[in-house]
Design a protein around this ligand. Sequence first.
Ligand code: AP5
Length: 215
Amino acid sequence: MNIVILLGAPGSGKGTVAGKLAADNANLKHVSSGDLLRGAIAAGTAAGNEAKGYMDKGNLVPDALIAQMIKDVVAESEQSEQSNNQTILLDGFPRNLAQAEILEKMGAPVKSAVLIDVPDEIIQDRIAGRRTCPKCKAGYHVKNLPPKVEGICDHCGTALTIRKDDNPETVKDRLVVYHRETEPLIQYYSGKGLLKKVDGMTGVDNVAAAFLAAM
Ligand code: AP5
């Protein structure tokens, strides 16, 4: 088992690319820290209840809380039968230098960290148009990646929703947090010789193909 880290601003396309690659390649597994946290909130767990206030404001949840969830997923993957051939596409973790050090201490082998590069001025439009399936987690965009039937998930027929933290004010705050907390990871992984970069402005299929080649 090895790990490929997805780096990029909120709305840069991390979840879209990882979801598409995992759907097309049996040995790739998409692990999204945001989905794990939203799942915990929906399930009403203690961790979910603690995380909710931070997420609604666009702030990072405490490192220990999300690190425990990631440790559990990595341990589960290591024990699975497919472990030898499996690559985890780790989307949303690490989110700061402290989390990068936690990941390193877990001993999970990081193969590369791939930055999906999208300028800030595009992010608001990407997020304003995002629609998400609350059941199967498939992601859409009203203009760029519309579902076949408006408002309905192509895969499971569930009504699509808008994420609570996708309002313009919270997106501004999430971008500030990204530049302050997460952007230093670009330098961190570059220093380790693990950083790759793909242009996130070329359409979903092209970005996914470039990501696969880079990772
Ligand atoms: P999280 O869920 O990780 O959100 P995020 O990083 O802000 O990223 P997004 O999910 O918003 O964007 P994305 O890059 O996946 O874009 P997408 O593919 O959907 O985190 C949410 C919150 O949880 C955080 O704010 C924090 O509170 C907490 N959290 C999570 N992890 C944490 C951690 N490690 N530590 C602490 N706190 C943590 O694409 C966006 C839209 O664009 C979609 O509509 C899509 O269809 C469209 N699109 C995608 N690609 C393209 C393309 N190439 N061309 C045109 N449109 C495209």
